[in-house]
Write a protein that binds this ligand. Structure first.
Ligand code: SF4
Length: 222
């Protein structure tokens, strides 16, 4: 049987370990936040691996807290996407559009879209029923390669085949978040643009949001 003193000692040690872990986590989070803001201010991404993994860990905990207090964690994800974009801004701007790619989600199409599905995604027929066709033309004139992706498998295949140096991923908040994580893993500069309305059909994009990102470094951004 454990004596009262031994039990107290055990509890004390557990308490000490917990305090050390919490303090360590707080110090680590502070370093990550400081590095994030310093990177944004300087326009250069310092210690990207440390910062990105730090954000992922801190975000996991923040999400847990949001859930515990019954708060919506979507804002947190939106913030992490904005932070990610801000950190990649300089690197992205330095890559010419000819070496960039855009992936549009197929849900942006009209419900009566006549596009054909091919091994390289959906090929827009410029029918005018949605805004995709007109914007693909603008982006391609700028030098971009553009795909309408039915899923993330196509993105992986096209990135492997055409080897762009930077990617703009458009999608709902979760898709963009996952896409940016995927691009980080393969060391590609990624920028995310989130749609205004989620769903599977006729989702809505503020096309100016996409063009604001697409024109970065082209001398024509606002
Ligand atoms: S413009 Fe292109 S993507 Fe849009 S509905 Fe027509 S064929 Fe489909």
């Amino acid at each position: 049987m454990i004596s009262a003193t031994l039990w107290e000692q055990l509890m004390f040690t557990i308490g000490e370990i917990a305090v050390i872990l919490i303090a360590g986590f707080l110090i680590f989070s502070t370093i990550v936040v400081a590095l994030s803001f310093y990177s944004i201010k300087k326009g250069h991404f310092y210690f990207p691996r440390l910062v990105k993994s730090g954000i992922t860990i801190s975000e996991g905990m923040a999400k847990g807290l949001c859930k515990f207090f019954g708060l919506d964690d979507k804002e947190l994800t939106a913030f992490s996407i904005r932070l990610h974009n801000a950190m990649n801004l300089t690197a992205f701007s330095e890559i010419p559009p000819e070496k960039r790619a855009v992936f549009l989600p197929q849900c942006l199409r009209s419900a009566s879209c006549p596009a054909n599905l091919t091994p390289e995604g959906l090929i827009c027929r410029r029918c005018g029923r949605c805004e995709i066709g007109a914007h693909i033309d603008i982006l391609e004139r700028m030098g971009y390669k553009v795909w309408i992706a039915p899923g993330s498998t196509l993105i992986k295949r096209m990135v492997k085949k055409y080897r762009p140096e930077a990617v703009i991923g458009v999608g709902c908040i979760i898709e963009v978040r996952e896409g940016l994580e995927l691009l980080d893993k393969i060391n590609l500069t990624g920028m995310g643009v989130v749609t205004l309305k989620d769903g599977c059909v006729e989702t809505i994009l503020n096309w100016n949001d996409l063009m604001d990102v697409a024109t970065l470094g082209c001398g024509s951004e606002n």
